[in-house]
Each structure stands twice: as C-alpha cells, then as structure tokens.
Design a protein around this ligand. Structure first.
Ligand code: F6P
Length: 548
C-alpha cells in the first residue's frame, strides 16, 4: 500500500476551505448582478452553451479550483487514461471507453496495441448483422422477420442503452428507421418484469440479446434462461440459435450457455460496465432498432467530447468545469446531493464510480466522496420534490434543455408553444433557486404577516444550465460523454479509483448464500442455519409460506 498525501492536505485544498467563508457571505443575488462575472461563466462548445454563473463561486473560486486541479495532477491523469495506462489499479485494467467511439483511422493503445481496429471489427459485424435482421435476411426459426428485440442485462448492461433509447425513441431522425420495430429491456429479476417484457410479443418474431460483460450476473443469467425456455417451449430448442445472440467479454461462457460464438459480439475488459454503452452493449440493440447509421452519429457525438476533454484548456473544458464545480459543492460547500434531469445511466455512472471510502492506494479517506444523484425529466420534479430543493435542503441542480424540441407542438392561435412552456421552466427554476424571495418582496405584495416566513425563499441555491441545440443522436452522445468525463474529473481530484465497484459485491455474495439455503431447504428440507436471528426468522417464514 503506497502512501500518498491526500488532496485535502495540499495548499490549494486548504485555500479553498478558507475561501468558503468568503463565498458564504456573498448571496447569489449579489454574484448574479455582476454581468462580467456571468459572461465569464458561460462556455460554448460545438453548439452547446454551459452557464455556470449560478454557482456559489467567483472567478477567484475558479482560479483556486484550477490550482487544486494542478496539485491533483488532473491533466496528467486525463492523459494517462487516454494513453491506455492501467489506471483502474485494483482490477489492473486500462479505462478506454473513449476507444469505443474513436474514429476508424485513429490510434488508441492498450498495452502497446492499437485497439481501434478491434473496435471497428465489432462495429462492422454489428452493422452487418443488424442490417440482415432489419432487412429480413436473418429470419426466425419459422421464417418470420424478427421485428422485436428484448435486450436482457442489468446495471451498465442496461442503463446506458436505455438512456439512449429513451432519448431516440421520440427523435424523428431516428424513428423513421424504427418503424414497426420494438426494443424492450429486461433487467430486474422480478418475474413481473419478465411478464411485462414478453407481454404481447411473439417468440417467432422476437430476437433476444443477452448483454452481460461477465456473463455471470445472477439476474441476467436467470432472465436469459427464462427467455431461452420461452423460445424453446414455443418453437423448439433448435430455434434458440436463430432467436438469441449475446454481447459479452466472456465468449467461453456465451458458448456454454448455448449461443453460437459467431452470434456473439465482443467487448473488452478495458471497458467498465457502466461505461459500456458505446460498445456492442448499446450499439447492437440500438442498431437493431434504429439502424447502425443513427447509432454511428451517437458515437461521433461522444467522440467529439472525448477530443474536447482531452485537449481543451480547463477554462473552456465542459467536463472539467462541471467536475471541479461538483467537487466544490460536495467537498467545500457541503452539499452532498445533486439533482439531474437525465438520470438513467448517470446515477450509476456517478454513484458506482465515486461512492468510495478509500483512496486509489487503499487508504481510508479523511473526506467524503461522491454525490447522491436523483432527478426527473422536465417539470415532473417540480410537482414532486422541488419543494425540498426550494425551501428545505440545498441541493445543487443540473438543468439540461434543448433549443429545438424533437416533437414541437404548436397549438392554433397560441404563440407560446408546448416546448416554449417547458423551456420557460428551464429558465425560471435556476433564477428562482438563486434569488429566492425576500420578506420585503412579500410585504410589498401584501402577503399577510402570518404567511411571510412560509412564503420566504432564502435562495442562494446553486445550479448549472446546459443548453443543447437539439436532441438528435449526435447530441445524446455528447451529453453522455460530458457526464462520463465529469465523473472521472471528480474521481481524479478526490484521488480515488472511479473505475472499480467493490461496494456492490457484498450484497451479491450474501444473496448467493440465501439462494444456496433456499435450495437446500426446499430440496432436502434442511433448516435455515448460519443467519442472524432476524434473517433466519423471516427466511423461515418465507420458506414455509411459499411451500403452500
Ligand atoms: O452491479 C454491479 C455491476 O458489476 C455493474 O458494474 C455492471 O454494470 C453490472 O453489474 C452488470 O454486470 P454484467 O454486465 O457483467 O452482467
């Protein structure tokens, strides 16, 4: 265990700690009145505009954060990632999701080998396979076209693809290629989810894609066996080869499961599960639904951010700025949560990456890391939990908006469109949070005295706003990569390993123990043993009651 000084022991960290007192004295109302400051806190890149002027920060704060980035060796760490060094030290792996979307002629080395040709070999295979399925060249066992896809997978083998699919399924530039097709995701092991997934689908016209990096994840493998049975029962066991394909790094287990390795799409151990949407994990199911060309635009968007992240100066670098501001909010201002309007895979990318208790060298940290991310798209959250954000706890917010809606609605005779209405809230909420409402304002509005405190908003609640020109595949790729790299920046500053996930193992191994007990009790009537009193009692009750 190497000893490295914690970032919290460095001068820039201590300087920022002292700086907190100055910032806490200055309300966002005051900060927002300085137009030059606001102008300096807006960054444009490739059609996107990031406005971070509503952060409880001054230009001086930013300078101090750049100093912190300096002592954290942020630039060097980013370079080490792009150079394919094994920065995921606990798993002895490089972290190269950027290679998954690198242009065909680029070079990204892992262990001295350019991995880009391997990436494109799989992409070409996906393009070919998805075109054959979509055009009806690859057909089901009974000769029918496979128009529906169920992608089985969980965690990173589900949330990234779900995020992209959710965004594309209303984009006319994508849906024009999806006509008559359905893509569904089966993640949870609850039999209810299986029932919902297969409801209305015909095995004859369904292709099942089993997505699992390890091909050992209990939930995914059980769901895969369930759907294999669904296909076999309807069409015979020989139909499985026509109706099931796989995405994995473990092609041996894919074959053992009964899927022809020729129908398996590989990826590599240098792709973390939660960073895998740009591998076959996302590209295969999404190409089956929308066609490869649409998905390629998504990859290009992500790649444009990779290049930006790698080369733009910190002052102009969207992921770096967002990452540094997150560290500022969490570690200095003491705001551990974050509201985000796009939550599906970002919650996993952020919380599985940065919820760590030890440094990359395995030394317990003297400060807390990670954020609690949550959110809802659009104005849904406003009618639910925003009350707490406005008058309860301070929770920094990310607002993401688009200039052009995928589906604009113009009601006859109305000037403000449906999308304008949505965006009115996008513009209003950050100011409401920043400025709040004072008792004086309320008195001027003749609010009765007994309601003044109830209706007062203290404001001074930070947010960032990101305005995108539109939401097509390319922009979705940009958004994904910005958030992936932001999380990396946070981890690099905190000095942790953002690319392992040992914290999810304990629950998994305890579930295995319970599963073994269920088996032993049901098969051989063995009593429940080796658990604490509470678990043993409830487990026994479950076994007895479910035996009826
Ligand atoms: O839950 C932990 C985890 O290992 C995630 O990191 C991963 O995305 C998920 O499980 C699924 O793993 P796999 O793709 O190997 O089935």
């Amino acid at each position: 265990m190497a000893s490295s000084p914690f970032i919290s022991e460095t001068e820039p960290w201590k300087d920022l700690r002292v700086h907190v007192d100055d910032i806490k004295k200055t309300h966002l109302r005051e900060l927002m009145s300085d137009a030059d400051r606001c102008q300096s806190m807006m960054v444009e890149f490739d059609g996107m505009l990031l406005d971070y002027s509503r952060q409880c920060a001054t230009l001086d704060t930013l300078k101090k954060l750049y100093n912190l980035a300096g002592v954290a060796h942020l630039k060097e760490k980013i370079n080490r990632m792009f150079n394919g060094e094994r920065i995921n030290t606990t798993e002895n792996r490089s972290v190269l999701h950027i290679a998954l979307r690198a242009p065909r002629d680029s070079v990204v080395n892992s262990d001295g080998k350019n991995v880009v040709p391997d990436v494109w070999q799989v992409l070409d295979k996906i393009k070919d396979f998805s075109e054959r399925v979509r055009s009806g060249v690859w057909i089901g066992a009974t000769g029918k076209v496979l128009k529906d896809v169920i992608a089985i997978g969980i965690g990173g083998s589900f949330l990234g693809p779900l995020f992209v699919h959710t965004a594309l399924q209303t984009d006319p530039e994508a849906t024009e290629f999806a006509s008559g097709r359905q893509l569904r995701f089966l993640a949870n092991v609850d039999p209810i989810d299986v029932a919902r997934n297969i409801a209305g689908l015909n095995p004859e016209t369904t292709l099942v894609v089993v997505v699992s990096k390890t091909f050992t994840t209990a939930e995914t493998m059980l769901n895969a066996r369930t759907l294999r049975e669904w296909i076999s029962a309807a069409l015979g066991p020989q139909a499985v080869s026509k109706h099931m394909v796989a995405v994995s790094t473990n092609l041996t287990l894919v074959e053992k499961f009964g899927i022809d390795p020729n129908n398996a799409f590989a990826f590599w151990d240098w792709v973390g599960g939660r960073y895998s949407v740009c591998s076959a994990v996302g590209v295969l199911p999404l190409s089956l639904q929308y066609g490869f060309d649409v998905v390629e635009k998504f990859l290009k968007g992500a790649s444009s951010i990779d290049q930006h992240f790698h080369s733009a100066p910190f002052e102009q670098n969207l992921p770096v700025l967002l990452g540094l501001l997150s560290v500022w909010n969490v570690s200095f201002l003491g705001y551990p949560a974050r509201l985000t309007t796009f939550k599906q895979n970002f919650i996993q990318v952020s919380m599985e990456s940065n919820g760590k208790g030890v440094s990359i060298d395995g030394v317990p940290l003297p400060y807390e890391t990670g954020e609690i991310d949550f959110g809802e798209p659009g104005t849904n959250g406003q009618h639910s939990f925003y009350q707490l954000i406005h008058q309860g706890r301070v929770i920094p917010c990310d607002f993401i908006g688009v200039v052009k809606s995928q589906q604009p609605v113009y009601l006859k005779g109305e000037v403000v469109s449906n999308h304008d209405e949505l965006m009115s809230n996008f513009f209003a909420q950050p100011d409401a949070l920043a400025y709040g409402k004072t008792p004086e304002q309320l008195l001027n509005e003749n609010v009765p005295h007994h309601l003044i405190t109830h209706k007062t908003f203290s404001g001074n609640r930070p947010s960032v706003s990101l305005l995108l020109p539109s939401l097509h595949a390319y922009n979705i790729g940009q958004l994904l990569a910005i958030y992936e790299h932001r999380v990396a920046v946070e981890g690099f500053i905190w000095g942790i390993n953002s690319f392992d996930q040992w914290g999810v193992e304990l629950g998994k191994s305890l579930a295995t123990r319970v599963r073994t007990q269920l088996n032993a009790s049901r098969k051989k009537g063995e009593p429940v043993e080796g658990f604490n009193f509470s678990t043993a009692t409830v487990l026994t009750r479950y076994l007895e009651a479910s035996a009826d």
